[in-house]
Write a protein that binds this ligand. Structure first.
Ligand SMILES: Nc1ncnc2c1ncn2[C@@H]1O[C@H](COP(=O)(O)OP(=O)(O)OP(=O)(O)O)[C@@H](O)[C@H]1O
Ligand SMILES: [Mg+2]
Length: 528
């Protein structure tokens, strides 16, 4: 394996790289840096999280001339967050060489960007729309540009961006150097790209070059109506440092974010309809670990690099194999391990299978954990944490706090009480043993009292239809429905009772939540 020093970098760049903690170049860096320095065009492809940013960033900074201030390099990225992040990495690399870098993207004050551009900048990192805007205003001149980089190039050369990219390329000198980077590079894109490149060198780091796959991939078959509950059970049974949950639509992101927050998760949402200030705030909270879960559209699928993302969840299945590869690539970065979880509804199964086939991924099917499984997993996690705390030591202060309680109480009881204080009320999350008690129903049956919020005028027929269709309860499991006065009772077979109870507790009817409680014996009700 090559070392950075063998790449012949200047002292200032080398020093910056050392301070970034990069000990040796990743394969894509080792292969690309010399070729980019030689001035050739490059199509660089390597897995997510393997250091493509520095593979072009290091030579760009190295090649920059700081004797005069004009824009020498332009890096285009598909999203604002990525522009900001890439600019951050470039700034670190240019720390000692004092190459001036500037991110320009939509949603940020253009006046501020114009003033910064007027100061003179060497490397601009931007999103295509805003870059074009500056070109048209005459505030960004690319006539002396030496190198252009399309990060996430397959995405950039896709329908949504191609016109802007072509318009930008027209503003650059013919003899420019063109660099394309992405983890996915469909052949069609490569072919298309050659139109804009001169005899490019292909640098491809194959997956096979990485001995162990860093991202474990699993999937769960779920039902559309149980998706939220399934997700919660899955994430509750995982030890998550930081997680990104992908949804298909902005609205889906908003709804899931709200649902998770109301269930007590530390979560926030990110999508293109938020103001830039909100987007920045959410990303900052996520990077700082102030939230545990980022719920996002594909706006966060490409390039985003946040350390400690241990889990990626496809709440909605990605639309194509590329999107899958990039989404799950938000974890398992820079040599760390990660877990990618995909929820698959029956309707999505075909698409899922085609993604599995095209990505040649080894995806393991798993069962959504039951409440009992979740409880057991959580107990296990607490035992692990206790074990780690015991091994870490430093308990003297806490032992002192116990004082003479040790004489009064059984030590195991003391430990259990301490655990209760720190873990919160785990017992309430424990699975019901489904002893509904005496509900005043006939032998072998259970009666539930149904409370359907404010929506009045729901008759027994509506309810049966609702229960069987919406809550997915088979017709034969629904017993008798009685409506006395304002009270609605549902009587079901003992064995289907837990299922009915679980399913109906999580559903909504006419927009209001259906609350189900085991009924009390008739005598007591009638006395009310
Ligand atoms: N040589 C290196 N040694 C150690 N860490 C590195 C090295 N190069 C890059 N990194 C770190 O690895 C992480 C991933 O790098 P980067 O974001 O460039 O990946 P990428 O290949 O562009 O991934 P993606 O395809 O998702 O955009 C970053 O945190 C980066 O700082
Ligand atoms: Mg990248």
């Amino acid at each position: 394996m090559a070392t950075f020093s063998e790449l012949g970098l200047s002292k200032k760049v080398q020093q910056a790289i050392d301070e970034m903690g990069f000990e040796e170049p990743s394969p894509i860096q080792a292969q690309c840096i010399p070729v980019v320095l030689s001035g050739r065009d490059v199509i660089g492809q390597a897995q997510t999280g393997t250091g493509k940013t520095a593979a072009f960033g290091i030579p760009l900074v190295e090649m920059s001339s700081t004797t005069s201030r004009f824009v020498q390099s332009l890096i285009l990225t598909p999203t604002r967050e990525l522009a900001i992040q890439v600019a951050g990495e470039l700034r670190k690399i240019s720390r000692y060489k004092r190459v001036r870098t500037l991110p320009i993207y939509g949603g940020q004050s253009i006046g501020h960007q114009i003033r910064a551009l007027q100061q003179g900048v060497h490397i601009v990192i931007g999103t295509p729309g805003r870059v074009l805007d500056h070109i048209r205003r005459g505030t960004l001149k690319l006539d002396k540009l030496r190198t252009i980089v399309l990060d996430e190039s397959d995405e950039m050369l896709d329908m949504g961006f191609i016109d802007d990219i072509e318009a930008i390329l027209k503003e650059t000198p013919q003899e420019r150097q063109t660099l394309l980077f992405s983890a996915t590079m469909p052949d069609l894109v490569k072919k298309l790209a050659k139109r804009y490149m001169k005899d490019p060198v292909n640098v491809t780091i194959n997956r096979g070059d990485v001995s162990v796959p860093l991202i474990e991939q699993v999937y769960y078959k779920v039902l559309e109506r149980n998706k939220l509950e399934s997700l919660c059970r899955i994430i509750d049974s995982e030890e998550i440092q930081l997680g990104i949950i992908f949804c298909r639509t902005k609205r889906g992101v908003d709804e899931l974010t709200e649902a998770l927050i109301s269930r007590g998760y530390m979560a926030d949402g990110l999508h293109g309809d938020l103001s830039q200030a909100q987007r920045d705030r959410v990303m900052k909270k996520f990077r700082n670990g102030d939230i545990e879960m980022l719920i996002a559209t594909d706006v966060a699928a490409r390039g985003i690099d946040v350390g400690n993302v241990s889990h990626v969840v496809n709440y909605d299945i990605p639309q194509d194999p590329e999107s899958y590869v990039h989404r799950i690539g938000r974890t398992g970065r820079a040599g760390k391990r990660g877990l990618a979880i995909t929820l698959v509804t029956p309707r999505e199964f075909k698409l899922f299978k085609s993604i599995e086939k095209e990505t040649k991924a080894k995806m393991v099917g798993k069962e959504v954990p039951s409440l009992a499984d979740v409880a057991e997993r959580q107990a296990e996690m607490w035992r692990d944490r206790l074990r780690a705390s015991l091994q870490e030591g430093g308990l003297a202060h806490y032992r002192a706090i116990l004082g003479n309680l040790v004489d009064e109480f059984d030590p195991v009881d003391l430990a259990a009480a301490a655990l209760k204080l720190s873990a919160g009320d785990l017992a309430s999350d424990e699975p019901q043993d489904y002893d509904f008690g005496d509900t005043g129903a006939a032998p072998g049956k259970v009666r539930f009292f149904i409370n359907i919020g404010r929506s009045a005028n729901i008759g027994p027929a509506d309810l049966i239809k609702f229960i069987s269709e919406e809550a997915g309860i088979p017709g034969q499991a629904i017993g008798k429905i009685d409506i006395f006065d304002k009270f609605t009772f549902l009587e079901v077979e003992q064995e289907s009772a837990p299922f009915v109870f679980e399913s109906l507790r999580q559903t909504r009817m006419n927009g209001s939540r259906v609350n189900l409680e085991p009924a009390r014996p008739r005598e007591r009700i009638s006395r009310r």
